[in-house]
Write a protein that binds this ligand. Sequence first.
Ligand code: HMG
Ligand code: MG
Length: 315
Amino acid sequence: MSALPMVVPEPGLPTEVTIYEVGARDGLQNEKTSVPTEVKAEFVRRLLGAGLPIVEATSFVHPKWVPQLADAAELMTGLTAELGDAARQLPVLVPNQRGLDRAVELGLRHVAVFASATETFASKNLNRTLESQFEMFEPTIAAALAAGMDVRGYVSMCFGDPWEGAVPVEQVVAVGKRLLDLGVGQLSLGDTIGVATAGHVRSLVAAFADAGVGCERLALHFHDTYGQALTNVHAGLQAGITTFDASAGGLGGCPYAKSATGNLATEDLVWFLTGLGIEHGVDLDAVVGTSVWMAGQLGRPSPSAVVRALGGTPG
Ligand code: HMG
Ligand code: MG
């Protein structure tokens, strides 16, 4: 460990980036077996300790739909008892009013709804049509805002859908705009199955700009199925994006998206940003140590190239 890339800034890129860590949610929702609640809590604590500024902790979805995160309330209760207000600031996913009620009961302050850009995925992931997903989100977002909470809006299948194929950029912008109009603060544009390429990223960000949505409202959420995630981050940086989602160790996927693999690994992103001299505030060794520890818990090595290069064997 303790290796770092040489710092060679590239003119024109942002000087500071926010890494939005999704490993405890997007990573663990996809594990074949449920990880014990105490291991999840330790994972979240370690990620916070590594300097990650935003750590999405879990999902208040239907436990039959995602049994891996059925212990969401128990996890958040334990973390709140230990960390107090810091735990209440951790974002959680809520698809609907029932999920929001569960988050409100625990005093949580940040929630995220998750929409689909395609008809098929809206049905598979939310049991709704493309149109009726908004009937579910509208009262949920309104109630969250009325309770003084901050709401993020994910859009999935922004760059392609395993059932429908290509997804028109205008369709993605239309779904994103509707979430923004309902009051979400930030949109996270998800490449759920990892098929995005750099030109496509630039064209989607440009299409949002043409629709009046600037980079400050957007985050990019890449899965690394085809090894394009960092190239796509570079395209996003060139377009002016300053928030990127990533998952420690490259854990992740979506149980309802055929062919979704792990997210962009946080360590790979940190290495890349560090080399460019872009501020991120994250301690690379501490995240690598966390992912090596988690790989030991899960019984398989991390897919992240940087974890493999720096981390040695799982312990
Ligand atoms: P549904 O079956 O249509 O639900 O599922 P419903 O509204 O008809 O309610 C049926 C029953 O479920 C009711 O109970 C509700 O109370 C209960 P009953 O009255 O029959 O006893 N219920 C709940 N219980 C607990 N928590 C809840 C909840 N909601 C209803 N929140 C639903 C609709 C949205 C709930 C379901 O489809 C669901 O839970 N989906 C979640 C799928 C999911 O979590 N997918 C992964 C996250 S998205 C992702 O990974 C992509 C992302 O990373 C970005 C990217 O990569 O693209 C974000
Ligand atoms: Mg995802």
